[in-house]
Design a protein around this ligand. Structure first.
Ligand code: HEC
Length: 138
């Protein structure tokens, strides 16, 4: 059968992908310790409380907002995949600019997401802009 070699190649590719990602990257580690409690080990979210990251249109379309959400948290209505979420997300003041950049690349490119990386310079700019308004806050 003509389709078999293709299926087999696909399967090997998938195993390789999951194997390669199974996942000791720095991003995966930061995610596990700071985010997975709410957003789930596979970015699946939790019912109407915590929005998903896997397949989340927000994650794809709001590239510029991600760094500040991760650092300062967020407490406004957010619409993710057509559903409104309104629980507050706490900030992560202890994560460095680099860690936040690594994390953004991780969540935009895991669990089937293929949204591309965000250059560090953009993450850094966003973080500078959303720094606490009072300089004393730093
Ligand atoms: C205590 C639970 C909790 C933790 C921990 C948490 N989040 Fe969230 N997150 C939320 C909630 C709730 C929202 C929705 C906030 C709103 O509607 O204002 C959210 C929204 C988001 C969004 C935007 C919506 C989406 O689904 O794309 C992103 C991106 C995100 N979180 C990433 C992260 C990352 C990365 C971490 C780890 C540093 C993290 N979150 C840790 C609860 C959490």
């Amino acid at each position: 059968m003509f389709a078999w070699p293709i299926l087999l190649a696909g399967l090997i590719f998938l195993i390789y992908q999951f194997g390669a990602k199974g996942d000791n990257s720095a991003g995966a580690k930061i995610y596990k310790s700071h985010c997975a409690n709410c957003h789930g080990d596979s970015g699946e979210g939790l019912r109407s409380l915590y929005p998903p990251l896997a397949g989340a249109d927000y994650l794809k379309d709001h590239e510029a907002d991600l760094a500040c959400i991760i650092r300062n948290g967020v407490d406004v209505d957010l619409i993710i995949n057509g559903k409104t979420y309104n629980q507050p997300m706490p900030g992560n003041q202890l994560l460095s600019d680099q860690e936040i950049a690594i994390l953004i690349d991780h969540i935009r490119n895991s669990w089937g997401n293929d949204y591309g990386n965000v250059p560090f310079s953009k993450v850094k700019n966003a973080l500078d802009l959303c720094a606490p308004t009072s300089k004393s806050g730093k």
